[in-house]
Design a protein around this ligand. Structure first.
Ligand SMILES: CC(C)(COP(=O)(O)OP(=O)(O)OC[C@H]1O[C@@H](n2cnc3c(N)ncnc32)[C@H](O)[C@@H]1OP(=O)(O)O)[C@@H](O)C(=O)NCCC(=O)NCCS
Length: 165
């Protein structure tokens, strides 16, 4: 008897875990770099699930640190596809922190992060198209496109003015 189960393709993933003492900086709050790692991992899982391919991070746009995270808090990292291009997947990530004994959580971080699916030789692959359905989906897609356009303009400005120095 096989214990494999078929998983439906999903537009989002949720990571849930406790902030650990090893995640904390000298000020007693969770390191910003640790939060970025969680965001990258959850959105990698989301992109890989959507494309069914290995994916690489292209860009993190508009990352915001809204509230500090404390050791022992229950963390929820939600990553959802909000826009796709030809090879790119644009993911909206929200991090929430809560006392595990309580029901209320605070939003501590959010950002847009972009992944590309690549094949075994590192060549970009076309990804399935995402269709926004609800009003919220449409608003998020619009915001993700704006973030992408702004980031690409910044890339171009850097390249022409500084040559990626
Ligand atoms: C990611 C990488 C393959 C992109 O290659 P590239 O040829 O420069 O990319 P392109 O300019 O063709 O853009 C690729 C896609 O990303 C999108 N993109 C490019 N810059 C972007 C930005 N700043 N923000 C959002 N999306 C962006 C493009 O619109 C394009 O999407 P589309 O095909 O859906 O239209 C390359 O830069 C790379 O290998 N980077 C290192 C990746 C890495 O090491 N990540 C961390 C470990 S996983």
């Amino acid at each position: 008897m096989s214990n494999e189960v078929e998983q439906k393709p999903e537009t989002s993933v949720n990571f849930r875990f406790l902030a650990e003492p090893t995640d904390v900086n000298f000020g007693g709050k969770v390191h910003g770099g640790m939060v970025m790692k969680w965001i990258d991992q959850a959105s990698y899982a989301c992109a890989a699930q959507w494309s069914k391919r290995y994916c690489v991070t292209v860009s993190a746009n508009g990352i915001r640190f809204i509230r500090p995270i404390l050791v022992g808090q229950l963390i929820t990292v939600t990553a959802r596809i909000v826009h796709t291009g030809k090879t790119s997947m644009h993911i909206y990530v929200v991090v929430r922190a809560a006392d595990p004994k309580e029901t209320k959580a605070v939003v501590t971080n959010r950002c847009f992060i972009t992944f590309m699916a690549i094949d075994e030789t590192g060549f970009p692959i076309k990804v399935p198209t995402y269709e926004p359905l609800s009003e919220e989906d449409k608003l998020l897609e619009k915001a993700a496109i704006q973030a992408k356009d702004f980031a690409k303009k910044l890339d171009l400005n850097f390249e022409t003015a500084l040559g990626w120095k």
